[in-house]
Design a protein around this ligand. Structure first.
Ligand code: ATP
Ligand code: MG
Length: 437
């Protein structure tokens, strides 16, 4: 090997910029959050769906809209080396869910309520709350047209914040109406922005005739005043759209869910119509949207399915966890019931058999691992047991094993009490170790 090659080999490899390792103990919070979500989804009768991370690029171009931040500049796209197929790491999951629902004719016997969790990929400038690989949890209800499903999904998200102990989130609501109504608004919007063309930034000027609604979604502070005074879509809504909107609001009111109406809320994708909403916090700086969603009644058809209405939302897991941390939530410690102390290598086979039975009975137990040469002193093993946070030490000493016993020592209650239990009927005394289940 040349010197240069050696140097190359020794070079440290790091994670891709904007893509994070999620390590213990943080991963404990992730698992806890996922567990809360699963349990809540079950109570609302939403079933889990898992779609591929890689999808055909045209799915997103067709689904999200060509003139959107995601499609214009944020997608990780590549060509399949073998067949030249255009592929993309999913930037969001709604399009994939719709593709799957259409591909498997899932709506043939009625509407479906689905949820997903997983990594999404967007080539954005990494900063707090904004990453290139990030995680979303989303809920989608497909095949339902009524306002009650819009409301159900919002209630579900609201219940999730309560379950997680998140406060300081507020709900913003808007209606984007129907395509016909949007067309009229679009004309008014173009006329308005043309009148103020000198105030538009470069991106807005480019989008003016392609997709003027997107200008309302601008993150440029210099354009906020202009955008605030722009014609409001809500003033262009017809009777049916207004009725749908007021039904959603009445259901939220009846359930004590507070919201404010934000006529500028348009969301980043083209597929939305009627209800759109975002849950926002002021505690995460400019990355304050923790969850966004809305109705997308035309997407299924656009992706090649039989026309069917749908509505959904997606939350950003990193932002939700960041907000929980901001509120002072501590990492839950990984709970361990017992730590197995094994003085001699020769005692391991019997000890391990006992641990297997304990684990089968639901006890969380960590085995002391040796150095490859020996097990280490009793003192060092007890030190490890203490550091592990376990409630009990199990001591598999030669004396105990000779009598088919194991000594259980309380580590946390101050008593230091020791009890010998028989190895013959482990399952009988296993429950005594489950102190903090
Ligand atoms: P933003 O306006 O902050 O860019 P968005 O409108 O692009 O958000 P959506 O596509 O609606 O976001 O995604 C739903 C949620 O996913 C967001 O509300 C946010 O919590 C989260 N999210 C979106 N992009 C990122 C990212 N790059 N890093 C971390 N979380 C993200
Ligand atoms: Mg974005």
């Amino acid at each position: 090997m040349t010197e240069k090659k050696m140097a190359a080999k020794a070079e440290k490899l790091t994670a891709v910029k904007g893509m994070n390792d999620i390590l213990p103990p943080d991963s404990v919070r992730w698992e806890w959050l996922e567990q809360q979500v699963r349990s809540l989804m079950a109570r609302y009768a939403y079933s889990n769906i898992r779609t591929p991370i890689v999808e055909p690029t045209p799915l997103f171009i067709r689904g999200l809209g060509e003139v959107t931040d995601i499609v214009e500049k944020e997608m990780y796209s590549f060509e399949d080396r073998l067949n030249g197929e255009h592929l993309t790491l999913r930037p969001e999951c709604t399009a994939g869910v719709v593709r799957a629902v259409v591909e498997h004719s899932m709506l043939y016997d009625g509407g479906k309520r689905l949820y997903y969790m997983g990594p999404m990929f967007r080539h954005e400038r990494p900063q707090r709350g904004r990453y290139r690989q990030f995680h979303q949890i989303g809920a989608e209800a497909l095949g339902f047209a009524g306002a009650e499903i819009d409301a159900e999904l919002i209630l579900l998200a609201d219940a999730l914040w309560k379950t997680l102990g998140l406060n300081e989130v507020r709900l913003e609501l808007n209606s984007l109406g129907q395509p016909e109504e949007r067309k009229q608004h679009r004309a008014a919007l173009i006329a308005y922005f043309e009148q103020h063309a000198e105030q538009l930034d470069e991106e807005a000027r480019r989008r003016l005739h392609l997709n003027p609604l997107r200008i309302l979604d601008t993150k440029n502070p210099a354009m906020q005043a202009l955008v605030d005074a722009a014609p409001k879509l809500i003033d262009f809504l017809g009777e049916a759209s207004l009725a749908h909107f007021s039904q959603v609001r009445a259901m939220l009111d009846a359930n004590g869910v507070a919201y404010s109406i934000n006529p500028r809320l348009v969301r980043g994708m083209d597929y939305y119509n009627l209800t759109v909403f975002e849950f926002i916090t002021t505690r995460l700086g400019s990355q304050g949207t923790i969850c966004g969603g809305g109705r997308y009644d035309y997407l299924i058809e656009q992706i090649g399915g039989k026309p069917a209405p749908a509505v959904g939302w997606a939350l950003g897991v990193e932002r939700v966890l960041e907000l929980l941390k901001e509120q002072g939530m501590e990492n839950p410690s990984p709970e361990l019931d017992a730590y197995a102390i094994v003085p001699e290598i020769g005692n391991l086979p019997m000890a391990m058999a006992c641990l297997q039975t304990l684990r089968a009975a639901g006890v969380r137990v960590q085995m002391h691992a040796g150095t490859g040469e020996g097990m280490g002193s009793m003192k060092s093993q007890f030190k490890r047991a203490d550091a592990s946070g376990a409630s009990y030490a199990l001591i598999f000493g030669a004396d105990e094993l000779a009598q088919n016993l194991v000594t259980v020592k309380a580590l946390r209650d101050g008593s230091g009490a020791q009890t010998a239990y028989p190895l013959a009927n482990v399952a009988d005394w296993a429950p005594h170790l489950q102190s903090r289940s």
